[in-house]
Each structure stands twice: as structure tokens, then as C-alpha cells.
Write a protein that binds this ligand. Sequence first.
Ligand code: ATP
Length: 137
Amino acid sequence: TNRTFTMLKPDAVENGHIGAILEKISASGFRIVAMKLTQMTKADAESFYAVHNERPFFGELVEFMTRGPIVAAILEKENAVDDFRTLIGATNPADAAEGTIRKMFATSMGENAVHGSDSDENAAIEGAFHFSGREMF
Ligand code: ATP
């Protein structure tokens, strides 16, 4: 069994999709280890997405991720990282497979409803960024 980290992004929260997305995550066999509604500061987002800081969309990404609350969560399942990325679908919802979370709930390439860690190492780093040991179950 292992873990991944997710954020339901500001667009998903604004559009009222928290319940539907969590339902889909649970139905797909993920156990919620940690979860909260929180808002990233500019410094948080710049640090969280530091790997993209040279990209042309970086400023837009930081603006978007800080404009309202997100749901941050740690999820547990066998093969969590890969299975979760399959469940959310391609970065661009236009390319996302039928039935994936991004196909169902994303608006655009930038406002794509949900984040999923891309490796076990990043899942651990990103989970620790948002949660203390006492908040993980
Ligand atoms: P995430 O890291 O959020 O799970 P991802 O791994 O599918 O997404 P990345 O390539 O790591 O995609 O990009 C991180 C985020 O940056 C994307 O989810 C999206 O919100 C934003 N992004 C990526 N490419 C673009 C783009 N061309 N224009 C605008 N925003 C983009």
C-alpha cells in the first residue's frame, strides 16, 4: 500500500464539485489519510510549483492556485500515485479519457480541477508541505 497527495483546485471548489470528486475518489478505492480546506499563499504556490518557475504559464498558475480555497488531501491505496493519475486523466481536459475526473470537472488546461503527485518521492514532499504528522491518519 502507498500514498499520493492531491489538491482539489480553486476551480473545483468554486464550481461546487468537492462532494462529487471525493465520491469518485472513494469509489475508486482510495482511503483518505489526511484532508483539509485551505488557501495557498503566493509564497506557498511559488514553492509548491517551483519546478515550473521558468515556464510561461507560471504567473498564471500561481494566480489561479491562490485565488480561493483548495481541498488538500493524502490518499492511500496500492499503486496510489499511478492509479490516481489514471483516475484524474490528462493535464488538458480536452485530451482526458472519458470518465476521468478532469474530463468530468476540469474547465481548461490551466483550470483542471485536480492535482495528483507524479512520484512517490513528490507525494511524500507535497503531503508534508500541507500536513503535520498529527493530521495524518
Ligand atoms: P498537476 O501537477 O497539477 O497534477 P500535471 O502533472 O498534469 O498537473 P504539469 O505539467 O505538472 O501537469 O503542470 C502543472 C499544472 O500547471 C497543471 O495541472 C496546470 O494547472 C498548469 N499548466 C500546465 N501546463 C499549462 C499550460 N500550458 N497553460 C496553463 N497552465 C498550465
